[in-house]
Structures are given as structure tokens and as C-alpha cells.
Design a protein around this ligand. Structure first.
Ligand SMILES: Nc1nc2c(ncn2[C@@H]2O[C@H](COP(=O)(O)OP(=O)(O)OP(=O)(O)O)[C@@H](O)[C@H]2O)c(=O)[nH]1
Ligand SMILES: [Mg+2]
Ligand SMILES: [Zn+2]
Ligand SMILES: [Zn+2]
Length: 398
């Protein structure tokens, strides 16, 4: 048998091959010839060394199958959600994938909260939002991978519940692989290694079936591009706990799912703090979120919109007519979406929502507005097919 058969990319978990550059796990033949356990596939290599990602070519069903197998080999599931894209990352329809295993909701990236907000308020808000879900979560906690103190509650949970084989499940980019790294104490391959130049120890990479059960001696790659992990990867932590990382699910109804990896990484709430801006809108005035969405005040009086999105999203107040032109033909200074995504995205449609004072209108994979100053009807213009939800205000009244 070929000595390279069964070698897997330690970044994404895909089996290495040089058959087709279209398939995950591809490496050029000369690299495959000298590959070892630290050799990254071409996609992971480009993410790590050039900060560039090719689009993911996995189907949703392939990912769901991998998640289901990953969960089946665990005793408990951590369902990771992003509080800044709750609509886009909390999907109760994924719960059947966990079988009868208890699941815990981990509200990650808590370091990104504006300093005036408290993490227990966010946990209470999530508790309220998931109330009545069957099966109910075994617990709901906040966490973050940046500050050590944000991991205290997870560590207590693992100890008290004696959890020992845990699957990390959730939408793309919520921080599953980051959590695996900080909780297991096992990190990825050192930068500069891999892709045929590393000096592998040759341990740990078994020949598990596709999408299931690979045992790795290093943790999967972390990156701000959605869809970094593409296979299920099992890592044994320094304390003996087994961690099962699974590929992120891209439900396809988030704006961030419908754009290229570069635009997707800009929209995701990673690394950078949440951006918040306040606009007083006259009747008929709109605020645009980059060239992607516009919220128009249709009330007869001035209304205040608190606007929240990732750092790269440019907000702009304008008339509703000009906003519509912006979305159809975004000027270059709006930066997002990029030229390629502009031609690819579905045409914008406008829908009207009745919002109460203090409520939010959230657009999955983009951000949200929170209404102040009285009830209002808000017209939202954004590409067709995006999940939009009216909801209780995430940050409450102030
Ligand atoms: N600010 C902040 N950023 C985080 C946190 N956890 C993860 N990130 C960032 O979020 C991005 C995605 O992290 P990953 O761990 O690769 O996410 P993932 O869920 O494994 O993503 P996929 O493999 O694509 O499904 C990276 O840029 C991380 O640095 C956190 O607690 N706080
Ligand atoms: Mg990952
Ligand atoms: Zn890879
Ligand atoms: Zn783009």
C-alpha cells in the first residue's frame, strides 16, 4: 500500500491526495510524495501562509452526516452559538443529530460584548430564546477563547458533570476549533511547518472512514474564514478528555454563507469587537449596512436605530431611494460586498416588519438594529433568501 495512503491534513482533517484540485485534501503530487503527519492540504496551507481561502465545496448533507457521526461517538455535545449572530447559529433543527446525548449551549466570543453588557444577561436572553425547545439543553453557559477567565464556567461544567468525550458542534466560524485548542491544551502544527517541509512525528493519523473518527496529535486549524474544519477530528486533551471537532454547518440562509470566503470572514464576528452606531432617522430615511442591507424608518416620526455589525461593515444614513440605489449598485467605498459577490448575490427584496420599542430586527450573518423612541414599521431591503427575525432586544433598554 502507498505509504501516504490514510495521511490526513492536520488543519481540516481531509485525507491527502493529489487526484483532483477540486476535492478537499488536495496537495500537488510532489508534496504528497514527501508528506508526513504535519503536511497541510493546499487549502489549509493557503489559509495559514497567505491568509486566503478557497470556497468550501462541501454539501450541507455531507457536513450534517459528519456532525451526526461525530456526535454519535461522543457522550455529550457542546452546541456552540455566536451571540452576535444568534439567528444564524442557533438551529434547533440540528438537535436530532445528537441522538439522545445531552447537549449544552455554549455562548462563545463573550469577550466581544460591549463593556456595559454583562455575560449573565446574555445567558438569560438565550435561556429565554430557547425556552420550550425539545429536547431541552442540559445547560447554557457563556465562554470565550481569548481571556482565560471566560473558560472558568466550561471547566467547572466539565469537572462537575464528569464529561469525558465531548463533541463540538455548530455553525461555521463560531469558534469550535478554537475551543478545542484552549480546552484540550493541544495546539495546531507550528506556523512554518507542514506542506512537506515539516518534520512529522508520524503519530496519530489513523485511517478512519471519511468524515469520521480521525485521531489527531495536533488540533485542527483555526481561521477567520468560514468552513475551515472539513472533517471530524478527535483530539485527546492533556487531561485525557477526548474532544471531537466537527465541520461547521453553513445553513445557507446567512448573508455570510452566500458571499465569498473573504467577504464571509469580514462579516463574521471574529477577533474584532462588535461595532455599534446610533442613528436618528427621519420618516423615510434609511441606514445601510455596507452594500448589503438597508433599514428604512416607515413611522410618521423620528425613530432611533442602534445598529450592530462586524467592524468592517460601513453604516450610512441616507434617503430610502438612495439606499435602494446603493444596494443595486454599491459604490466602491462600501467595500462589501466585493465585485465578485455583487454579481453573485440574489437581487434585494424589501419586506416590512412591525417592531416594538426595544425590540431588534436581526439579519442572519450580518447584524441587527435595535429600535428606540417608539414602535415603528421598518422596511428591510436585503438579498432574497436570508433569515430575518424580529426578537427581544439583545442588550435591553438603556
Ligand atoms: N473574539 C473572539 N474570537 C474568537 C473566539 N473564538 C474563536 N474566535 C475567532 O473566530 C474565528 C473562527 O474560529 P474557529 O475556531 O476556526 O471556528 P470554527 O467554529 O472551528 O469554524 P469552522 O471550522 O469554519 O466551522 C477565528 O478567527 C477565531 O480566532 C472568541 O472567544 N472570541
Ligand atoms: Mg473549525
Ligand atoms: Zn486541510
Ligand atoms: Zn466577496
Amino acid at each position: 500500500m502507498d505509504k501516504h495512503a490514510g495521511l490526513r491534513c492536520p488543519g481540516c482533517g481531509a485525507q491527502l491526495h493529489s487526484d483532483s484540485s477540486e476535492e478537499r485534501g488536495f496537495v500537488p503530487a510532489h508534496v504528497l510524495g514527501q508528506s508526513n503527519s504535519e503536511t497541510l492540504c493546499r487549502r489549509c496551507f493557503r489559509i495559514r501562509h497567505y491568509g486566503k481561502a478557497e470556497p468550501v465545496r462541501l454539501t450541507v448533507q455531507t457536513v450534517l452526516d459528519a456532525v451526526s457521526k461525530g456526535a454519535a461517538s461522543a457522550r455529550a455535545v457542546f452546541f456552540i452559538v455566536d451571540p452576535f449572530d444568534f439567528e444564524g447559529t442557533w438551529h434547533p433543527e440540528w438537535l436530532p443529530l445528537f441522538g439522545k446525548r445531552p447537549y449544552y449551549i455554549l455562548i462563545n466570543k463573550i469577550d466581544l460584548l460591549p463593556s456595559v453588557s454583562k455575560s449573565d444577561e446574555i445567558a438569560a436572553w438565550v435561556r429565554q430564546r430557547v425556552k420550550g425547545t425539545v429536547p431541552a439543553p442540559a445547560g447554557i453557559i457563556t465562554c470565550g477563547t481569548i481571556r482565560a477567565r471566560d473558560l472558568d464556567a466550561v471547566k467547572v461544567l466539565i469537572r462537575e458533570e464528569k464529561l469525558e468525550r465531548i463533541a463540538l458542534v455548530g455553525a461555521t466560524n463560531v469558534g469550535k476549533s478554537s475551543l478545542l485548542q484552549v480546552l484540550s491544551g493541544v495546539t495546531g502544527t507550528a506556523p512554518g511547518q507542514g506542506y512537506g517541509y515539516g518534520h512529522g512525528k508520524g503519530a496519530g493519523h489513523g485511517q478512519g472512514a471519511a468524515g469520521h473518527g480521525q485521531n489527531a496529535s495536533t488540533a485542527p486549524l483555526v481561521s477567520h474564514f468560514p468552513g475551515t474544519t472539513q472533517y471530524t477530528v478527535t483530539v485527546t486533551g492533556k487531561d485525557g478528555i477526548n474532544w471531537i471537532d466537527t465541520p461547521g454547518i453553513a445553513p445557507g440562509d446567512r448573508l455570510s454563507d452566500l458571499v465569498c470566503p473573504d467577504c464571509g470572514a469580514e462579516l463574521a464576528f471574529a477577533g474584532k469587537k462588535l461595532q455599534a452606531r446610533l442613528y436618528h432617522l427621519e420618516p423615510g430615511q434609511a441606514v445601510t449596512f455596507a452594500g448589503l442591507a438597508a433599514f428604512t424608518n416607515q413611522a410618521a416620526e423620528v425613530r432611533t436605530l442602534l445598529c450592530y455589525a462586524g467592524r468592517e461593515v460601513v453604516f450610512h444614513r441616507t434617503s430610502s431611494d438612495r439606499a435602494a440605489t446603493f444596494l443595486q449598485n454599491p459604490p466602491d467605498w462600501l467595500a462589501l460586498p466585493c465585485a465578485a459577490c455583487r454579481t453573485k448575490l440574489a437581487a434585494p427584496i424589501t419586506q416590512t416588519y412591525q417592531i416594538k420599542d426595544g425590540e431588534d430586527l436581526a439579519v442572519a450573518g450580518l447584524g441587527w438594529v435595535s429600535l428606540r423612541g417608539g414602535d415603528a414599521s421598518l422596511a428591510l431591503t436585503c438579498p432574497d433568501g436570508i433569515l430575518v427575525r424580529r426578537r427581544p432586544g439583545l442588550f435591553g433598554r438603556r
